[in-house]
Design a protein around this ligand. Structure first.
Ligand code: SME
Length: 171
């Protein structure tokens, strides 16, 4: 157990960077336990959103979008954070829709520089979107908004890809 969990407090940025690897390792274990646990799919997705939002200080909105292939759009699923007006997002629209079309993770370190962006709140400074794959097709996305500029590293991307691999087992 890392010092972040022992203390049970939100770490300062320097401490977070030192402990990020440990934090992500511990969170991936919790995600695995949740996926393999007794709840139903939506409850599990809700628990995972809340876990990521509560434990990573710069994850301020965490939610899942699910693919509706026939309409080529994303539908908002379980999330943690402020309600959003973006309940349905056509493929190609915004950061989420672009990630769905490209079928690749999309990191925007400064949303003010992204023209194709659907704003949820003026507080949001950056965003990361990770596709969820099943049988080589995209079935959904994990979307995270941050109130911090440029907070996401390769470590976040790798961690969140692993979270999405675990989550794909629920579908
Ligand atoms: N900003 C997203 C819309 C979804 S919200 O972040 C919850 C986008 O540009 O696709």
């Amino acid at each position: 157990m890392g010092s972040i969990e022992r203390a049970g407090i939100v770490p300062k940025k320097g401490e977070l960077m030192r402990d990020k690897t440990k934090l992500f390792h511990s969170l991936l274990n919790s995600v695995t336990e949740t996926v393999n646990g007794p709840r139903d799919k939506n409850e599990k997705l809700n628990v995972i959103c809340k876990l990521l939002k509560d434990k990573v200080p710069y994850y301020d909105w965490v939610g899942f979008y699910l693919v509706c292939e026939s309409k080529r759009e994303l539908m908002l699923g379980p999330f943690a954070g402020e309600p959003t007006e973006h309940v349905r997002i056509p493929f190609g629209d915004g950061i989420c829709g672009q990630a769905a079309e490209r079928k690749k993770p999309f990191i925007v370190q400064d949303v003010s520089k992204e023209i194709n962006y659907l704003a949820c709140s003026v507080k949001v400074k950056s965003e990361i979107v990770i596709p969820i794959f099943k049988n080589e097709g995209i079935i959904g996305e994990l979307d995270i908004d941050s109130h911090t500029l440029s907070p996401f590293t390769e470590e976040d991307r790798r961690f969140l890809e692993n979270v999405c691999k675990m989550v794909s087992e629920l579908f």
